[in-house]
Ligand binder design. Sequence first.
Ligand code: BG6
Length: 506
Amino acid sequence: MKTNESHIYVIFGASGDLTKRKLVPALYALFVQKLLPANFALLGVSRSEFSDAEFRESMKKAIISFKEVSDDTQIEPFSQQVFYQHIQFDDGETYQALKQRIEALRAGQHICGNTIFYLSTPPSLYGLIPQHLAAVGLNMQDDGWKRLIIEKPFGYDLASAMALKETLLRDWTEEQLYRIDHYLGKETVQNVLVTRFSNGIFEPLWNRNYVDHVEITSAESIGVEKRGGYYDSSGALRDMVQNHLLQLAAITAMESPSSLEPVAIRNEILKVFQSLRPIKPADVRTNAIRGQYLASTIKQEKVTAYRDEEGVNPASATETYAALKFYIDNWRWGGVPFYIRTGKRLPTRVTEVVIHFKPTPHFLFSQGAVSNACNQLVIRIQPDEGILMKFGMKTPGAGFEVQTVNMDFHYADLSHIRIPSAYERLIYDAIKGDSTLFARTEEVIEAWKFLSPVLEAWKNDPEIPLYGYPAGSWGPETADELVEGKDMTWRYPCKNLSDDGIYCEL
Ligand code: BG6
């Protein structure tokens, strides 16, 4: 892997929100840290008509609004390396013009043939743009590498993901494809690997003998905001579970790779995907719970129901909450339930992985207020990044009462360390040619295979309820019943915020 090789970074969908909020601020952060080569150009491409100067101005504003680094002094020199090209995505002619523009920039900026194409467009263009690029030879690597970064979602279901795979692999090799899943770029997700494989104390316990169950939560307090149109055709399962949460589960469950080589790590991740036990159609009702948020009042403010959000069908049956129980059928995890839940308009924003260890085999101290503590290791992915270990301790005084106490590490305590954004990390990795933290085609296909029975059943079986939950609550109460075991339930990092405790079937 080489760093800092001169290249052109081409962003399709350059007038879109992601470019402004994440991609350009991340590239600027790399520029400030001198992690971009001197001979570098950023070429924004989209349907809108902008001049180079207009595009530069709007990117300068974006860098200031969505700050990744405090240093503003480099904005001017950075923007001198920013250019713009208008295109009609479905018109082959304009790709010739794009090719000429790229060649002119190469000559003017002394850049070799290395090029990254980042698709930040509607998913319907993920097949079309790479085909057009290939038709004008922009996939050929004789004069330098060509890489294609593709945003999620990779397909809408198994059939469309397979079709997209075939289309892409006709003109591009798997090594050229970088399927971005921004969760893999999060520092704390990578820290799951470090926690597991650099500490001798955890790994011996990390299996069916000592782990009772694994819980993964990704809660958001926001609703669908301005993305109602997209979200209504997607839903929580496609938007969060198919990619981010299954990746997180795979990193939590994988075997130790033989090295840090991308292929070694990705092979282990793939094996987890291949071991996911399919949920039988007859079990979907009990093992996959879906919900949709209802209007409510949160801290004296009225919050709209999902069906009244802009761009959403007023009779929508799209889930804004999903919870699954599933198993990983392999030697390490045989019989250990994994629980995943995600939802919009929950009480707080939190993503965490909780390893629930089995209780001691004999309850010596069960006379006290709390019986033997069940140890939990909570890996907090966001927002308060860190690790929390819960364990039982003697309550001082007479008798042997046990209370649960915390050992808590917060990244924020390392005040001298800046946590780079997920996009900054992943963009930099793609520039270096390191695909470790990008999803491989087979992983994505396996994830769709696993979720297909749930998607099918939710679509076709009117008997499977879609539960309403008040915005600001923890989702349908029925989801509590997923978690097996006496007195077992999800970990609730904070209480319901909604004033309205009503849950109903929609
Ligand atoms: C995106 C989803 O992939 O991830 C969004 O499309 C979701 O709906 C977002 O809000 C969550 O990302 P993060 O980094 O804020 O947890």
